[in-house]
Design a protein around this ligand. Structure first.
Ligand code: KG4
Ligand code: ZN
Length: 331
């Protein structure tokens, strides 16, 4: 079954074709990062307009890359939440129109489920149940994937998402949006023990909290600036990154141990982080747990993961009244 999916929940306009939820036939991504970097973050109205411009182009590109025509496609899929309402609406309406015009069914997809499903593309042998840490710009969830589309929520962030924490720390160090990858690069030459930062404890056993850590980091940077000291930027980046990664690893491994499951997956933009991947791999190996992580380009927003998720929701057909749901939950 070949599914053509469109993703427009934030600042990537992406279209992709995936076969049977596992095999990528094409994966076209137009990133709006250069447009938004000018403003230090995503400007929702500009994102919506850029999606209007790029949707058709990306769908054409996905078909061309796969050397297919619309007649070869069995179903369409679209992200309908969570995300920016205007951005989501562009994708939802584009695909409703496409579905009506072509007579192909439309499958509605939850963006977070898409991130989880990126693992099915990178690991064709992977099957539920497994524990999954989903860490992106807007979400930090720790879930058990009991079966396809069946989740138990173990924990989540009580304040900032992990990606948000990366981006806000990066801004203090004068790095461009989105700061996560830049901060990670800067940290490569730094000393993670330079600055002692708290390892925040949220109340729930598997919950995360990053706002205290973020404030401690910002205060430390401002204090140095007020004293007229040059910021040791690489050391600061390394210390901050280490604190975020320690916190993610600690809660995740605790959940894995308690669950008794032997497979752990990472998902979402932050799962592209090299330190997180390295540290989690070492911990998983020590516990005899199999670790799955999406390929780098499948960690951040893309439509292949949406097509993969749609395959496991192939019984669902969206009505033409389908609306965007900006705060759609996974569980
Ligand atoms: O999943 P994603 O592309 O979009 C959302 O659904 O939010 O995640 C984007 C987030 C941004 O906060 C970005 O800074 C972060 O993922 N990110 C990283 C890295 N690559 C992307 N954070 C840390 N290290 C990275 N290498
Ligand atoms: Zn995302």
């Amino acid at each position: 079954m070949r599914i053509l999916a469109l993703e427009t929940s934030c600042d990537e306009t992406a279209a992709a074709i995936v076969e049977d939820g596992r095999k990528i036939l094409s994966n076209a991504v137009f990133s709006q990062i250069d447009i938004h970097a000018l403003y230090g973050g995503v400007v929702p109205e500009i994102a919506s307009r850029a999606h209007v411009d790029a949707c058709d182009r990306m769908i054409d590109q996905a078909l061309r890359e796969a050397a297919l025509t619309i007649d070869d496609i069995d179903a369409l899929a679209v992200t309908y939440g969570p995300g920016l309402v205007g951005a989501l609406l562009i994708g939802v309406n584009c695909m409703k129109g496409f579905s009506y015009a072509t007579g192909k069914r439309l499958i509605p997809v939850n963006h977070i489920e898409g991130h989880v499903s990126a693992n099915f593309l990178s690991h064709p042998e992977l099957t539920p149940p497994f524990v999954c840490l989903v860490v992106s710009g807007g979400h930090s969830h720790l879930v058990i994937v009991n079966d396809y589309g069946v989740y138990t929520l173990l924990g989540q962030t009580v304040d900032d998402a992990a990606g948000e924490a990366f981006d806000k720390g990066a801004r203090v160090l004068g790095l461009q949006y989105p700061g996560g990858p830049h901060l990670s690069k800067l940290a490569e030459g730094g000393d993670p023990a330079y600055l002692k930062l708290p390892r925040p404890k949220a109340e729930g056993k598997y919950d995360f909290s990053f706002s205290g850590l973020k404030t401690a980091f910002i205060n430390a940077c401002h204090t140095m600036e007020q004293k007229g000291l040059a910021l040791p930027r690489a050391d600061l980046a390394a210390s901050y990154q280490q604190a975020i990664v320690d916190s993610l690893c600690d809660k995740t491994m605790r959940a894995v141990t308690d669950s008794g499951l032997k497979t752990l997956c990472l998902a979402g933009g932050v799962s592209a982080n090299a330190l997180l991947r390295r540290q989690m791999a070492a911990l998983a190996q020590a516990q005899g747990v199999t670790l799955c992580m999406p390929r780098h380009d499948l960690c951040t927003d893309n439509a292949a993961m949406i097509a993969a998720a749609a395959y496991y929701r192939r019984q669902t057909t969206a009505p033409l009244s389908l609306n965007a749901v900006p705060s759609l939950k996974l569980v």
